[in-house]
Design a binder for this molecule. Structure first.
Ligand SMILES: Cc1cc2nc3c(=O)[nH]c(=O)nc-3n(C[C@H](O)[C@H](O)[C@H](O)COP(=O)(O)OP(=O)(O)OC[C@H]3O[C@@H](n4cnc5c(N)ncnc54)[C@H](O)[C@@H]3O)c2cc1C
Length: 246
């Protein structure tokens, strides 16, 4: 590791990720933070992430589903996936999550912006080879999102387990960046006669569509209550993460 990536003691507070040249937020630095609480809340309120890595000099950013246990991030997929086969090798990776929270329309095109919460996590991806850890992860990928669901499902077969690769990455360094405010117009533009404001954006749960082949008498479980119609997805995912953590 080069000198420029040496963590700075000044920024390393308890319950915060170390800060180095790699994860220090430089551009609009006041929007950045490194504490576990902020970074984890952004990760946990999303199901989708992008995992970035380089193969033979070519960068890729693959969208996938992630889940978190402490400082460990997990993602999984088909054993035939190029991404997963490559990441098995212990590859440096960067997992990002971003939430679009609002459209910010200013009095000039230059000052248009968006409200957002984003997290970038750096570490080294590793293949989960330990059988017990893999079995726990394959339960986790279901139960983390849908509380206690695994116990009521047909058990995973040895072949399905073999066909699935699980990757883990300890978060070595991370940063969060948040914009949560109104229009940032210049004082001299304030009287300009153009509409300006924030249009909030939310991802909301829709009406359930039960599979028509379900035998009579099987109802949607009460444990899925966080995913009630009209609920905000962020909040549902945070609630189910807390249940998963016990
Ligand atoms: C939904 C969304 C829309 C955006 N739209 C724009 C846009 O149109 N134009 C634009 O310039 N920027 C936009 N951004 C901000 C963008 O993500 C970058 O923060 C910004 O471009 C500065 O990049 P940089 O590499 O120069 O940052 P630097 O500050 O040089 O990055 C240094 C380190 O800071 C941290 N960091 C930087 N950005 C983020 C982030 N977003 N989240 C978490 N950690 C971060 C990382 O650890 C990174 O390695 C948007 C962000 C989001 C989430």
């Amino acid at each position: 590791m080069s000198d420029t990536l040496t963590p700075s003691a000044v920024d390393t507070a308890p319950e915060a990720y170390p800060v180095s040249a790699r994860n220090r937020v430089k551009r609009v630095h006041e929007r950045g933070s490194y504490d576990h609480e902020t970074v984890h809340a952004i990760l946990d309120s999303a199901m989708l992430c992008h995992v970035a890595y380089v193969i033979d000099g070519q960068p890729y950013a693959t969208p996938t589903i992630h889940w978190r246990e402490g400082d460990m991030l997990y993602w999984h997929g088909s054993s035939a996936s190029r991404m997963l086969r490559h990441l098995k090798a212990g590859t440096p990776a960067c997992l990002t999550v971003s939430h679009l929270d609002g459209l910010v329309l200013a009095r000039s095109g230059f000052n248009h912006s968006v409200n957002y919460r984003a997290a970038m996590c750096f570490g080294t991806a590793r293949l989960v080879e330990d059988e017990a850890e893999k079995a726990r992860a394959l339960v986790g990928v279901v139960d983390r999102f849908y509380p206690d669901r695994s116990a009521g499902l047909r058990r995973i077969t040895a072949q399905e387990t073999k066909a699935t690769t699980v990757i883990a990455m300890r978060i070595d360094e991370a940063s969060a960046k948040i914009r949560a405010k109104g229009v940032g117009d210049e004082p001299e533009d304030m009287d300009f006669p153009a509409w300006a404001g924030v249009i909030p954006v939310r991802t909301v749960i829709g009406a359930t569509e039960t599979c028509p082949k379900i035998p009579a008498g099987i109802e949607r479980p009460a444990t899925l209550a966080p995913y009630a119609e009209g609920a905000v997805l962020d909040a549902a995912l945070l609630a189910t993460q807390r249940i998963y953590e016990g």
